[in-house]
Design a protein around this ligand. Structure first.
Ligand code: TMP
Length: 255
C-alpha cells in the first residue's frame, strides 16, 4: 500500500492527505504531552479511544446543528475530516474552577462558576499558548469580530450540549478546549466549524459521585490509572462494548 502524504504531525495526532481534495485523514496517536511538551509519555490505547470519543461527540453535535469538520471514522485510529483553515486559537470553556484558572486567580478547584466562562489562548507552542483577549484577536487579525461572535455562540452551544451528555452518564464537565476552522465551499463562502478533537485529552471530566478525575489530568498530575479512566469514559458513553481492551491495545494501523 502506498504511503499517503503526511501534511502535519502534532503532539497527539498526524494529518494525512485525504482520498479526495478538501479531505484529510486524522490519525490519533497514543503519545501524550503536557505543559507544552515538557512532560511526555504514552497512554496505551488512547488514540483508539479518542478517535471513537471524538467521533461520538462530533456526530451528536452535528445532529443538533453544530457544524463540524468530522466526516466519518475510517478505522480504529483514523477519521476522515474536511480540510479547514485552523483559526490559531484555543477556546476554553469553563463551568467549574480548575487548572490554570485556579492557579491564576488563587481559586479553589471544584468551585462552581457563577456562569460559564470562555477564554482564548493564542495557539503558539513557542510562546506556550499565551492567554489573549478579543482585542488581541481582532487587532492581529487572527479572527474578525463576526468570527468571534460565531465562535462564542458555538462554544456555548457545545458546552450546553456536552454538560448534559456527560451528566447523563454520571460525569461532571469541568472545562474543555476546542478549536475552530474556516471551511470554504464551492462558491468561496466561508463557514466556521468545530475542528480538531473533543476527548479526555482536551476536557476535564470528574465522576459526579466521587469527583474522581477521568481525563488527562491523571497523566499531567501522575495520578495513575490513565488508560482505565479513558476507557471508563468511553464505556459510560456506550461506545466501548464491542471493542475489548486487547483490540484497543493492538489497534494500530499500518503507520
Ligand atoms: P487549563 O486549566 O490548563 O487552562 O486547561 C483548560 C482546559 O483546556 C482543560 O480541559 C484542558 C484543556 N487544555 C488542552 O486541551 N490543551 C492545552 O494545551 C491546555 C493548556 C489545556
Amino acid at each position: 500500500m502506498s504511503r499517503r502524504r503526511r501534511i502535519y504531525e502534532g503532539k497527539a495526532k498526524i494529518l494525512f492527505e485525504g482520498p479526495e481534495p478538501g479531505t484529510i485523514v486524522q490519525y490519533f496517536k497514543d503519545d501524550a504531552t503536557a505543559f507544552n511538551n515538557q512532560k511526555r509519555g504514552t497512554i496505551t490505547g488512547k488514540g483508539v479511544l479518542n478517535n471513537r470519543i471524538s467521533e461520538y461527540i462530533m456526530t451528536k453535535l452535528g445532529e443538533i446543528g453544530v457544524p463540524t469538520h468530522f466526516v466519518r471514522r475510517l478505522n480504529m485510529r483514523e477519521q476522515l475530516i474536511k480540510q479547514v483553515e485552523i483559526i490559531p486559537l484555543e477556546v476554553v470553556v469553563r463551568n467549574v474552577v480548575a487548572g490554570s484558572l485556579a492557579q491564576r486567580l488563587g481559586l479553589e478547584e471544584g468551585t462552581a462558576l457563577p456562569r460559564s466562562i470562555i477564554e482564548f489562548y493564542y495557539k503558539n507552542d513557542k510562546l506556550g499558548d499565551p492567554m489573549v483577549s478579543e482585542e488581541h484577536i481582532t487587532a492581529f487579525g487572527w479572527a474578525a469580530t463576526q468570527d468571534l461572535d460565531d465562535i462564542m455562540a458555538l462554544a456555548l452551544r457545545i458546552n450546553d450540549f456536552m454538560v448534559g451528555l456527560f451528566l447523563g452518564v454520571g460525569i461532571r464537565l469541568i472545562d474543555f478546549k476546542i478549536e475552530f476552522g474556516r471551511l470554504y465551499d464551492d462558491q468561496d463562502m466561508m463557514r466556521i466549524v468545530l475542528a480538531d478533537e473533543i476527548s479526555p485529552d482536551s476536557c476535564r471530566l470528574w465522576d459526579l459521585k466521587t469527583n474522581e478525575k477521568m481525563d488527562k489530568d491523571r497523566f499531567r498530575r501522575d495520578l495513575g490509572g490513565v488508560e482505565e479512566a479513558y476507557q471508563e469514559v468511553a464505556r459510560r458513553l456506550g461506545i466501548l462494548p464491542e471493542a475489548n481492551v486487547q483490540d484497543i491495545k493492538g489497534g494500530s494501523s499500518m503507520h
